[in-house]
Design a protein around this ligand. Structure first.
Ligand code: NAP
Length: 494
């Protein structure tokens, strides 16, 4: 029997009645003991699903030493071998996709269909990295372009940067970890991974598969502990060459202030906009905003949060969107029919409800949802909102979406840009000129025409402007961040 209320006959819970103690991967060994560990809790029903070892400061030190020892093993490995390991990891993820989806659903509360999709995307991220591992190259620099260097031959190589500290959030416990590990290994780096303490089990499963795929000892090492203690130690340690972080803007800012001169990439949050023009496909916009606003209970960095609809079709949009929202099924993520699972924790649920209360107090109207069911928040549409409300100007990270009317396309672009964030934006229009105007004007890392900003595939450059981050991911672009250029100049004797 599965824990919690099951509203369908299908249950994917692989270990229903036991609390497993997990070990972490350090220097090719699985280590852990019976010390007090961190409890991993199923956010849907509050049950305990695993205990992972909590790292001490000495453990962090040992893990970094293991990663330094592993660095020559991975950096000197020929590219075709690294590629084979990455491709094999992708295959193994597909082999175990149902087991992985169950882990994601249980520890992150992600509904089954999105958890399976994440597993499949994770496999694809590794497949893309396998291709990129073979394609790394430098270029010749024309030294005779200057009289000073004529008579010399110049070229550069891309070389691995060293040990990378990867710090990841709870909301995509497989694919966002894959976006750090796969490019790092493709480039020949070793890694210390610190997954979110709420969702470490998917990372441990991935580490197991990478070992099975042939990863050498020390190339990947996992350390689990709170960000404020263990995370900080990693960030400040001078033996690490780079920190690659995905998480909240608040923590991103703190990490940047602490990390000294290391390379850093920051993939942070947003309050993504969608513009629905009067000449856009309204029904398509409604259908995709449904996924974009509520997938993973809105706990997605490119979740739709602000929908701007031309005043001529605003009324129709709100009615259709509210009807469709009301049909979504909220409940146990392990139920195959479930659309929306719980928020990651009761604290996050309470925070989202307090933002909703603030919006109502300041005059917002609820068009759909608004109620709490167990640890879930019903998918909620707000109208009559103002820019200063938290549900508009901050990252809501919950199944709450706002819809606002606008008069002109110029106004819509201005309203969309009126944000401290700039990750992705979507626009629905059938006018190519408006599409290009949006491409040029919107201050974001990605403009998605005729779809929601939540659209992402794993080989496209991805990252944010303004407070949404620094640097880009998307395998090839992450590899650029994770390598150094080494210039070679040969003084030719003639
Ligand atoms: P978070 O609270 O910022 O945590 C992210 C990671 O940072 C966790 O592993 C956390 O550890 C660790 N951490 C916390 N404080 C730290 C510190 N002082 N030093 C070093 N590490 C520290 O984010 P979250 O709640 O897990 O994830 C939600 C956020 O991530 C949202 O803002 C979302 O938009 C953003 N996000 C961005 C992207 C993107 O690609 N742009 C993708 C997904 C999510 P513990 O929590 O274990 O203590």
């Amino acid at each position: 029997m599965c824990r919690g209320q099951m509203s369908s006959a299908v249950c994917h819970d692989p270990e229903p009645n036991m609390t497993k103690r997990y070990r972490v991967l350090v220097g090719g060994e699985w280590i852990g003991d019976e010390r007090e560990g961190i409890e991993v809790i199923n956010p849907y029903d509050g049950s305990l699903i695993g205990i992972v070892p909590e790292a001490t400061a000495e453990d962090v030190d040992k893990t970094i030493i293991a990663a330094r020892t592993g660095f020559p093993l991975i950096s000197e490995m020929p590219a075709y071998r690294r590629s084979e390991i990455l491709a094999k990891t992708g295959e193994l993820i597909l082999r175990d996709r149902e087991e992985i989806a169950a882990i994601i659903a249980r520890e992150a509360g992600k509904s089954w269909k999105y958890a399976v999709a994440e597993a499949e995307r994770g496999a694809e991220t590794f497949m893309f990295a396998a291709l990129e591992a073979r394609a790394q190259h430098g270029e010749i620099v024309p030294m005779d372009a200057s009289p000073v260097s004529a008579g010399r031959f110049g070229f550069y190589l891309r070389v691995p940067i060293g040990v990378i500290g990867a710090i990841t959030p709870f909301n995509f416990p497989l694919n966002l970890v894959a976006h750090k590990l796969a490019p790092a290994i493709a480039a020949g780096n070793s890694v210390v991974l610190k997954p979110a303490t709420k969702t470490p089990l998917t990372s441990l499963k991935l580490a197991e598969l990478m070992v099975e795929a042939g990863l050498p000892p020390g190339a990947l090492n996992v350390v689990i502990g709170r960000g404020s203690t263990i995370g900080n130690r990693l960030v400040e340690d001078q033996r690490l060459a780079m920190i690659t972080f995905t998480g909240s803007p608040e923590v991103g800012r703190e990490i940047k202030a602490r990390c000294g001169l290391k390379r850093i990439t920051l993939e942070l949050g947003s309050n993504c906009p969608v513009i629905v023009e009067e000449d856009g496909d309204l029904d398509a916009a409604v259908a995709r905003c449904l996924m974009g606003s509520y997938a993973n209970s809105g706990q997605v960095c490119i979740s739709v949060q602000r929908i701007f609809v031309h005043k001529k079709c605003y009324g129709e949009f709100v009615v259709k969107f509210a009807e469709a929202t009301g049909r979504l099924k909220v409940g146990n993520p392990l139920d195959k029919e479930c659309d929306i699972g719980p928020m990651i924790s009761p604290q996050e649920l309470a925070r989202a409800v307090s933002w909703l209360e603030e919006a109502k107090r300041l005059g917002a109207r609820i068009e759909a949802g608004g109620e709490v069911v167990g640890n879930c928040l019903q998918p909620t549409i707000l109208t009559g909102v103002k820019r200063e409300m938290k549900v508009v100007c901050s990252e809501v990270f919950a199944p709450i979406v706002t819809v606002l009317p606008y008069d002109s396309f110029e106004d819509a672009l201005e309203m969309a840009n009126d944000s401290v964030y700039g990750l992705q934006a979507g626009i629905y229009t059938s006018d190519i000129n408006k599409a290009f105007k949006a491409i040029h004007r919107l201050d974001v890392g990605g403009v998605i025409i005729n779809d929601v900003p939540t659209f992402r595939v794993d080989h496209m450059p991805y990252g944010g402007n303004k407070e949404s981050g620094l640097g880009r991911e998307g395998v090839r672009y992450a590899i650029e961040e994770m390598t150094n250029i080494k210039m070679v100049c040969i003084n030719l004797r003639r």
